[in-house]
Design a protein around this ligand. Structure first.
Ligand code: OTU
Length: 620
């Protein structure tokens, strides 16, 4: 035993001499912050020093176990820490089962990803999930096993290695807010193990839950109302922010933090390069608050980042915090305490859809104005759709800023996407418990944009323009854009979930179809809808790669286009993106000459944007 050593030395002692010099450098850079953060969170616990020493020794073992190839990746990334800000970065997100059948099948799809220029693949949850209902894999039973139908750990390691060779980073969800009720910790808690019970927030009666509920929100108000679940074997109530079978972890307990940090590093050592930190906003509970975005949640993430910077510095952390725009910048941390490298810009995503429904880009302009520039090695993540609903509540502040009633306004947007009043959209309202307020909307992008309801070639054309408009926004805003599987082929809603009892109550399954191989087969045929979509999207992707001005960190300014429906986005002095969010043509004045990136036309003085059209212009 080496317990006589100070904590940092216990990390070094676990390493072979060949790794110690590097490790000492990384410790010098990050260990003081780590110690300060952990002392702030857990310093009051008896035995804190011994706990910290054990943690550092465990980190040392995981450091020593990091495979050679990944250590080389760490070194390469250290030389170029802003590598993921390039306009050549392109993400793609898919379910393993829908995209490739299993992990080996995903590996066979690598050529498809390369053809699109993808350099980042987010595979939705593939670790062993709860038996039965499991929220699409977001109820994890074991972080150390792959879901058996999807493959093995060997398949996972083989896939990450193949992707690395292809220049594609694998991103995996790291579901750190909760575990499934059949995870060993939950089983232990139910069996009466006190240490396991302490991994969760368990209350003997309704006294505390009722006090917390006064200020808590609800994520699934219809199918999973309330935030606590009574469990007979616990003889009490356990905190369950999401579904009743997803038990929130108690990060006030240092054992939870230490175990989850080690879990993340074990996965990193299998070759996962980016972790999508699921539900990061919810990690810390405070009575009298909505228990989101608490300062301690940020300290936890900063501590996790310091650990990654010491043990696996090539790894990126991505915040999935679906919160109002003003709460987002905090997820990047500060110079002294960096936090996540990447954060979902869900307000931007939602505002794009709202602009489409309102035929007015006002919400987009407001969100862009509230979006600060980021530190040098940090990036927003932009997207058009994902596996979740489009949550409208993140837009409340912007939607109410000009004196409008934000609830009524966002409810109208949600109704629009549910097809109300003859709208072209084919989607579903999600979890709206109050008909006068908005929660979220579900549906594939193409269906929401009118492709499913289109009867004529003209209507189909407009629907395609609308889907491309939102993709153009995601590709040009200055972010890491992530495409959602199926959108590249304009796949529409999948209604089959209604026949599956374990999915029928959750309309997010509308947007979780299988990869459509028939559409893929005709992707180069411009006489087909998938071919039109794929071809036009590829053109945008290729255009984006050509322009340094479109990199995530390059400057961005929203200009006045002279019409509320038109968004004018300047990316430095040389590049201008014009987007018409309305069904009317609009003429926009131009200063000086511009060349249209799409067709090489020279434009002077003004240009007319057709309904739902978009132009990318560069200085000649
Ligand atoms: C995340 O999402 C996942 O993306 C969902 O698929 C999971 O169901 C959920 O966590 C539980 O693991 O609040 O900030 O409104 O946006 O559930 C994280 C629906 C979240 C999702 C919401 C969400």
């Amino acid at each position: 035993m080496t317990t006589h050593l100070i904590p940092a030395e216990r990390l070094l002692a676990a390493l072979p001499p060949s790794l110690q010099l590097d490790a000492a450098r990384r410790l010098a850079a990050h260990e003081p912050a780590l110690r300060r953060l952990l002392a702030g969170l857990y310093g009051g616990h008896p035995g804190f020093d011994a706990w910290l020493g054990d943690l550092m020794e465990n980190l040392g073992q995981l450091y020593a176990a990091r495979p050679e190839g990944l250590r080389a990746l760490d070194a390469a990334r250290a030389v170029e820490p802003d590598w993921f800000l390039s306009q050549r970065m392109l993400g793609y997100c898919a379910y393993v089962q829908n995209f490739g059948g299993d992990l080996q099948g995903v590996a066979r799809q690598i050529p498809h990803l390369q053809a699109m220029g993808v350099s980042y693949l987010h595979l939705l949850p593939f670790l062993r999930a709860r038996a039965g209902e499991n929220d699409g894999g977001f109820a994890v039973a074991s972080f150390d096993e792959v879901q058996p139908e999807l493959g093995s750990n060997a398949d996972l390691e083989a896939l990450t290695a193949q992707l690395r060779v292809a220049g594609i980073s694998l991103c995996s969800d790291f579901i750190l807010n909760h575990v499934a009720d059949d995870h060993v910790w939950a089983q232990g808690a139910r069996a009466g193990d006190a240490a396991m019970r302490a991994m969760f927030h368990v209350f003997p009666d309704r006294a505390m839950p009722d006090r917390y509920e006064r200020t808590l929100g609800q994520v699934f108000p219809q199918v999973a109302p309330g935030n606590f679940t009574q469990v007979e074997a616990l003889d009490g109530w356990v905190w369950t922010t999401f579904y009743p079978y997803q038990w929130d972890l108690n990060y006030a307990n240092p054992a939870v933090f230490a175990a989850m940090a080690a879990t993340l590093l074990r996965l990193a050592n299998r070759g996962i390069e980016v972790f999508r930190l699921d539900s990061t906003a919810f990690l810390w509970k405070r009575e009298g608050s909505n228990c989101m975005n608490q300062p301690e949640a940020h300290q936890l993430l900063q501590a996790m980042r310091a650990i990654v910077d010491i043990v696996a510095p090539g790894v990126l952390l991505k915040a999935e915090a679906i919160v109002p725009t003003r709460e987002l910048p905090a997820y990047f941390g500060s110079d002294q305490a960096p936090e996540c490298h990447i954060a979902y810009h869900s307000s931007l995503m939602a505002a794009g859809w709202a602009a489409m429904a309102e035929q007015d880009a006002g919400l987009l302009r407001a969100v862009a104005a509230n979006t600060p520039a980021l530190p040098p090695a940090a990036s927003w993540l932009s997207y058009v759709r994902c596996h979740d609903d489009i949550g409208w509540n993140v837009l409340r502040a912007e939607a109410g800023a000009d004196g409008q009633d934000p609830n009524a306004r966002l409810a109208r947007v949600a109704q629009f996407f549910a097809g109300a009043n003859g709208s072209y959209a084919r989607g579903a309202a999600f979890q709206s418990s109050d008909p006068n307020a908005a929660h979220g909307s579900n549906g594939m992008a193409a269906s929401l944009a009118g492709l499913e309801s289109a009867d004529t070639a003209g209507e189909r054309e407009l629907a395609l323009r609308r889907v491309l408009l939102l993709h153009g926004l995601a590709l040009s805003f200055g972010a890491l854009p992530v495409l959602y599987m199926g959108d590249e082929l304009a796949q529409t809603n999948d209604y089959s979930y209604t026949a599956r009892p374990q999915h029928a109550m959750d309309s997010r399954w509308l947007q979780r179809p299988r990869f459509d191989r028939e559409r893929w087969a005709v992707r180069h045929d411009a006489s087909t809808i998938p071919g039109r979509m794929y071809g036009a999207l590829r053109q945008l992707i290729l255009q984006r790669r050509r322009h340094d001005a479109l990199a995530a960190g390059a400057p961005r300014a929203v200009l006045d286009a002279g019409h509320p429906a038109v968004l004018s986005l300047a990316r430095g002095p040389q590049l201008l993106v014009l987007m018409n969010f309305s069904g009317q043509a609009h003429t926009v004045a131009l200063d000086g000459d511009w060349t249209c990136c799409q067709d090489g036309r020279i434009l002077t003085k003004e240009t007319t944007l057709e309904p739902w059209a978009m132009l990318w212009l560069e200085r000649p």
